[in-house]
Design a protein around this ligand. Sequence first.
Ligand code: ADE
Ligand code: ZN
Length: 330
Amino acid sequence: MDLAALVRRLPKAELHLHLEGTLEPDLKLALAQRNGIDIGQSTVEEVRATYQFDSLASFLAVYYPAMEVLQTEQDFYDLAMAYLRRAVADGVRRAEMFFDPQAHTSRGVPFSTVIEGYSRAVAEANLAGVDGQPISAALIMCFLRDHSAESAAETLTAAIPYQDRILGVGLDSDERDQPPAKFAETFAKARELGFKLTMHCDIDQPGSIDNIRQVLEMIKVDRIDHGTNIVEDAALVELVRDRGLGLTCCPISNSFVTDDMKATEIVDLLGRGVRVCLNSDDPAYFGGYVADNYLALAQQADLGPEEMAQLARKSIEASWLGDAEKAALL
Ligand code: ADE
Ligand code: ZN
């Protein structure tokens, strides 16, 4: 069997996936038409040509405006279902998916519309599988770190009535001058309410290593998104390994926003016993779903079937499934 077929068959978890980052050009066009929105493009190629960037900031400048086509509960449902279909084709058996409510509420779409649409797709997938494949799915609500701490607190309050549909909270968007400490209170409250906690510590951002220290020491996260800059500090590597924290790495996304897949760092951390796993981040924009990320890393770092299987196992270990559910997938 060739490596691509083997990778797709490995049971795996995807833990770093922004639902809004799965908006493929064809779905964007279909939603624009359904909602009567003129997006300025009329073909897949024209939309794809707008998906141009070379840094986190320039990516986000394309990413947020593209969301204008998401208006109704059905739109959010369709987006999540399209991703889940793509995920099961890649062997994903567990998906813990980010969504950004403030990117929608800030343009007038009610919180309830967003969560009702996404959670309907999650409930259907959990009940009946997707395309005949079993999958378990969950939602992680991210706060936008370049919005105010008050806005994050309000968003957490808005989520309380829907808490049974949201497994954890995260932090994303532009990291420049937006340290984890800014959100310490909201994350402490989320912890008290029973949410799992994770935060983006993006690659090579100014202050990356200080932000990683904050998420570990002050916020006490249950996982770190990206976070490969821990290689700069052996004590942090030990801490992450000893706490059994997952590090959700995204090789193809890394290569877009920093020109470096960070293959050396990922393989190094895997060798040191850290729960690193591979994910697609924003696959519609970065041009690769989860299996493509495994294969890109394999090619870059000359990895074979054994390392692919090891990374797939790590993804399940790093998930927030219970022990029995993990054991069933390992
Ligand atoms: N939002 C969507 N993708 C993101 C990423 N990779 N980093 C920060 N915010 C994001
Ligand atoms: Zn991300």
